[in-house]
Design a protein around this ligand. Structure first.
Ligand code: SAH
Length: 254
């Protein structure tokens, strides 16, 4: 049995309770060495065998899984496995080999970043949508998903895997439709001890990153959600009733 487990964004205690139990019970852990906090490995039992997938190919990872079908194998991915986790290619191999697996979700770094920024991505009257994307790197991005096309929405954007390409990112965000002074943030190593947040504007992203020495392990967030104005929510509006609460009459004493 293989369990794909989301390790969370960085801080070891941001793994889920279930993820922690699976780590403790694992006979084998294959962890994504580049970004998973190694502190998590200290929860493994004394007999547990540990592999760093940063040094392995997909074939080698699958081989470990195939050779240990009688054992509890944990495949530990950073953040949540469903976001840029490259789990689908593993799952398809496991299906082909008839090996059972389950997925335990994790806290994505995009939520670690929102917490670091003390921000809400979805503000009434600002944006009710979050676009999760990246610049093309070794993995191409389909043309219809260009940064420009997403920028045209002026929605909240969270951009992964792009901290090394900020000059181009800025240009394309502006070409797509954000004004140059739309607020933007760079969140480096969200929830780790050396976390850094830099608040800037779309046009100054690259310069702000250079000044803070940030080149990788960062998320870029963009949009009016980082600004000052928004509408208050209907959910907690005294004049608005819903399933669990009746509207209070205006002027009526509490
Ligand atoms: N599955 C992961 C993302 C893996 S892709 C998740 O859900 O978070 C790797 C990219 O994620 C990095 O290049 C960086 O853009 C981002 N990232 C991962 N951990 C991060 C962190 N703690 N702080 C900021 N960005 C992070």
């Amino acid at each position: 049995m293989v369990n794909f487990v989301g390790a969370g964004p960085g801080a070891a205690d941001l793994i889920t309770v279930r993820g922690m139990r699976l780590l403790k019970e694992a006979d084998i852990i294959i962890y994504a060495g580049s970004l998973v906090n190694k502190e998590l490995l200290s929860f493994a039992g004394a007999e547990c065998r540990i592999y760093n997938s940063a040094e392995m190919t997909l074939e080698e990872v699958i081989e470990v899984m195939r050779d240990n079908t009688d054992k509890a194998v944990v495949r530990l991915h950073t953040g949540d496995p469903s976001i840029y986790g490259a789990i689908r290619e593993q799952i398809d191999e496991l299906d082909r080999l008839g090996i059972e697996y389950e997925i335990c979700p994790g806290v994505s770094s995009m939520f670690g970043a929102a917490a670091a920024l003390k921000a809400e991505y979805t503000l009434p009257d600002v944006s009710q949508s979050v676009i999760i994307t990246r610049m093309a790197g070794r993995t191409p991005v389909p043309e219809r998903e260009s940064i420009e096309s997403f920028a045209a929405h002026n929605a909240t954007m969270v951009i992964f895997l792009s901290a090394g390409m900020l000059d181009e990112l800025s240009e394309r965000l502006i070409a797509g439709g954000y004004t140059p002074d739309t607020p933007a943030a760079i969140v480096y190593k969200a929830t780790w001890a050396d976390e850094k947040t830099v608040i800037t504007t779309v046009k100054n992203l690259a310069e702000a990153a250079r000044k803070s020495g940030i080149t990788k392990t960062a998320l870029i967030t963009v949009g009016g959600f980082l600004g000052e104005s928004y509408d208050r929510s209907r959910l907690y509006d005294p004049e608005f009733s819903h399933e669990f609460r009746k509207a209070k009459q205006r002027g009526y004493p509490e």
